[in-house]
Design a protein around this ligand. Structure first.
Ligand code: ATP
Ligand SMILES: O=c1ccn([C@@H]2O[C@H](COP(=O)(O)O)[C@@H](O)[C@H]2O)c(=O)[nH]1
Length: 240
């Protein structure tokens, strides 16, 4: 599909994708591949910031289902996103891309605390800012953190790099003949309860008029082609 060219982009990287072919944890080769595609997007003139998920390590809801206190489990999930952020930072810096990690939960020995104006300044200097620890609050996810940071950083679009190639009329992992959309409106996603992203994240993007591009980031070159406005993706935006 043809996507408009977006200048400042928040890329939400699924934690699960960082597992590569594994079942858990962080695959260094996958981090390297994603990093080189991010570097190519930067070279092509995009301004980028990242929010990294934690699903490859720990999800609060899954922890709560096993008996952990929900808020505690969510804090564990947020800590998982910090590990992923450091892994992605490492991969980017190995290929010469300047980065800063900012965490919504201050941990000053490891990274900077989240300070919006400082993050904006880093971006103006051409650094890629990696936002860790989600929103810093339990009962949220990194999708909502991505929408929040996209709004705060004045991004033109939120790209959700995940393990499905767009938004379907039902979960394609459960319904094999689900139909994929090329474009659809925020209100349709919410009304039809399409769960590729949290409703709170979708509503935040709708209210701030930030289009969401959902694409599969697992394939070699997937990020590059979607950044170039090609490839398979679904764009969710306000009805025109
Ligand atoms: N209508 C739908 N269209 C597309 N995907 C859907 C839909 N409903 C549910 N999904 C599911 O949403 C998932 C993507 O979102 P999810 O929140 O699980 O992961 P993520 O945010 O990419 O990663 P992580 O939690 O690992 O950081 C897909 O794997 C897909 O199975
Ligand atoms: O703002 C936030 C963001 C995340 N969490 C917790 O972290 C995990 C991992 O994030 P994913 O979005 O699932 O990748 C999430 O399951 C929550 O438990 C949070 O509490 N607040």
């Amino acid at each position: 599909m043809n996507l408009p060219r977006f200048n400042r982009i928040l890329l939400k990287l699924s934690g699960e994708v960082l597992m590569g072919q594994g079942q858990f944890g962080i695959d260094p080769a996958t981090c390297d591949r994603v990093a080189s595609e991010i570097a190519a997007a930067k070279e092509a003139g995009h301004e980028l910031c990242l929010v990294v998920g934690g699903g490859n390590i720990f999800r609060g809801l899954a922890g709560a289902a096993k008996g952990f206190d929900r808020a505690n489990a969510d804090y564990m999930g947020m800590l998982a996103t910090v590990m992923n952020a450091l892994a992605v930072q490492n991969a980017l810096e190995r290929i010469g891309v300047e980065t800063r990690v900012q965490s919504a939960i201050p941990m000053s020995s490891i990274c900077e605390p989240y300070i919006r104006r400082r993050a904006v300044r880093h971006m103006e200097k051409g650094r890629i800012v990696i936002f860790a620890a989600g929103t810093g609050n339990p009962f949220f996810t990194t999708d909502t953190a991505a929408a929040l940071r996209a709004a705060e950083m004045g991004c033109d679009a939120l790209f959700k790099g995940t393990s499905v190639d767009g938004v379907y009329d039902a979960d394609p992992k459960k319904v094999p003949d689900a139909k994929r959309y090329d474009t659809l409106s925020f209100s349709r996603v919410l009304a039809d309860d399409l769960r590729v992203m949290d409703a709170s994240a979708v509503a935040l993007c709708r209210d701030n008029n930030i289009p969401i591009v959902v694409f599969n980031i697992r394939g070699e070159g997937a990020l590059t082609s979607v950044m170039e406005g090609k490839g398979v993706a679904t764009i969710v935006q306000n009805a025109v």
